[in-house]
Design a protein. Sequence first.
Length: 387
Amino acid sequence: MQQKLDPRAQAMVQHALDHATTAGGEVGLQVAAYLDGKLIIDAWSGIADPRSRRPVDGDTLFNVYSVTKAVAATALHILAERGHIEYDALVSRYWPEYAAQGKGATTVRDVLTHRACIPQMPAGVTPELMCDWAWMTDAIANLKPLAEPGSKTLYLSMTFGWIVGELVRRADPEQRSLGRFVREEIAIPLGIDDLWIGIPDAVEHRVATQVNAMVASPIQDLPPLFLASMPEQVALVPEVFERADVRRAEVAGVGGIFNARSQARFWALLANGGVLDGVRLLSAQRVASFSTPRANSQEADAVMFGFPIPITEGGFWFGGDHPPVGCVQNPRAICHPGQGNSIGWADPDLNLAVAICHNRLFNPTSVAQDPLVPVAQAIRQAAALLR
């Protein structure tokens, strides 16, 4: 039964959405928010497919890229909650082959905090091979670290998903794939319909068409390892991630296809201390630990960003008032941004969870340039109205 939403709050956010898809340059946009564990905003605007002019609705699905990492990390945390994996244990305890090429000292925590030091994708990777879980995990297990594991921040742009996903598979008593684990242990218990890491055929018609408006940086301005971590043939672009095989594969760090109401419900679990509608998946203490700053938090990343990344011990990011987390504002909130400006977050101070999904890939360089920031502000104003 659809929950009745406050029309005043909905109207505030709808106005911001409509402005973003007209004056703000967005194409299709969808947002949802939970306050104190209850859905308060479920709204959308714009076009899901510029060719057919199909409009966005509440069921439209969107590529969310690295927002997927938050869901993958949470799957691992659920296994830790159940005693099946330990953060300070060696990855090779669960995945013996991973110790090859000098990676034996890598801990699970090193992976979560992007200090495993294998940001590079395997040589010869193609979109087809990226869809082959066994090939990818075997190739990653045989990568040579670019620094001593645990010694340096090297953002795991794409490799994060396969490492975490294989840890989930091997630590899970049922040996489930990450996509299946997320479905059976997060989505179904919480009544979430569309949190897909590998879509089924039946939902493909609902996936929005992406519009690539990314502003390319000159190669000489990119961090040194950027192209190694995201080779051009598997780059986070529509030509790769709109392929039928890639959509169906468990590209666990960057391949999530969600809608806002499903993603916001996931973040509501974390904003609400690990429990939602009476279903507890994580202890409040464990969720609180996700907001612990990781060690060496002021160390610049040499892969994607060239500056210190506000990563938490739980594998999330802290919020802030700067790209790529400018929508979040609260530096105590946990979040995860994704390629092209997708984002979701859990604000523990407000018990507010928000998901913003869209199909225009864009990389704002300032908060003033980000058309989604006014949408986020409208959501916070709506939440204040309902307090």
